[in-house]
Design a protein around this ligand. Structure first.
Ligand code: CDP
Ligand code: CDP
Length: 214
């Protein structure tokens, strides 16, 4: 069985940083699946479309591949995150992005994917599953620091409201809602710096490797 590591959790929980470091540690390819939804949202907005238009959003999702979504700064803004979360509620968009994510997960040497539904929908058979979380205030503080360091002018209270609204939308939607998989290990990083969070994540993966003989 290949080492597939599924890392899910809410915004700014640290799942992306943890996933990238796990990928480096184990020499595995990494896909940040949130970037796919961000790319769909941004593509739609730039074409003057409506985020509520499922047919147009699905069309935008069909043309994407994993290589399109690496280092584009337009994808990391708060607006892109909000747009992503709105198009991510359309079942057509999720269906259009399913094959490329599952193909990425099925690489023979294993893979690391982070998102909301990796352990539940994309790779339910993954031997290592983490659900990374932290208190909303902590996550808002992390994201606020990240965005202000990049020159965005945003009030902390607005950041917190954005994160809470996105949490509710992502957990409340009918299509692949954000939920901890039954066999995922919960990692609450509220009181952890990134080093401690990564160490804890690595221990969870080591336990999964031992359990599955990987
Ligand atoms: O980095 P952050 O957690 O803020 O967001 P992201 O992972 O880039 O995801 C942006 C949005 O895409 C989320 O709020 C979800 O609505 C959606 N998403 C999803 O529905 N399923 C995934 N596997 C990944 C992201
Ligand atoms: O991918 P996700 O949106 O879950 O979060 P991220 O982009 O990995 O992390 C958001 C920010 O929080 C980054 O600047 C991380 O370095 C920081 N972070 C932290 O300070 N402490 C942690 N335990 C985890 C992340």
């Amino acid at each position: 069985m290949p080492l597939i590591i599924a890392v899910d959790g809410p915004a700014a929980s640290g799942k992306g940083t943890i996933a990238a470091r796990l990928a480096r540690t184990y020499g595995l390819p990494h896909l940040d699946t949130g970037l796919l939804y961000r790319a769909v949202g941004v593509k739609l907005l730039e074409a003057g479309g409506s985020l509520d238009d499922e047919a147009a959003a699905t069309e935008a999702a069909r043309g994407l591949d994993a290589a399109d979504v690496s280092e584009d700064p337009r994808l990391t803004t708060g607006e892109a995150g909000e747009a992503a979360s709105r198009v991510a509620g359309h079942p057509g968009v999720r269906a259009a992005l399913l094959d490329l994510q599952q193909a990425f997960a099925a690489q023979s040497g294993g893979a690391v994917l982070d998102g909301r539904d990796i352990g539940t929908v994309i790779a339910p058979g993954a031997p290592a599953k983490l659900f990374v979380t932290a208190a909303p205030e902590t996550r808002a503080d992390r994201r606020w620091k990240q965005l202000t360091a990049r020159g965005f002018d945003i009030a902390f209270d607005d950041m917190l409201a954005d994160i809470q609204r996105r949490d509710e939308r992502d957990a409340g939607r009918g299509a692949a809602p954000m939920v901890q998989a039954e066999d995922a290990v919960l990692l609450d990083t509220t009181d952890m710096g990134i080093e401690a969070a990564f160490d804890a994540a690595r221990r969870i993966v080591e336990a999964a490797r031992a359990k599955h003989g990987l």
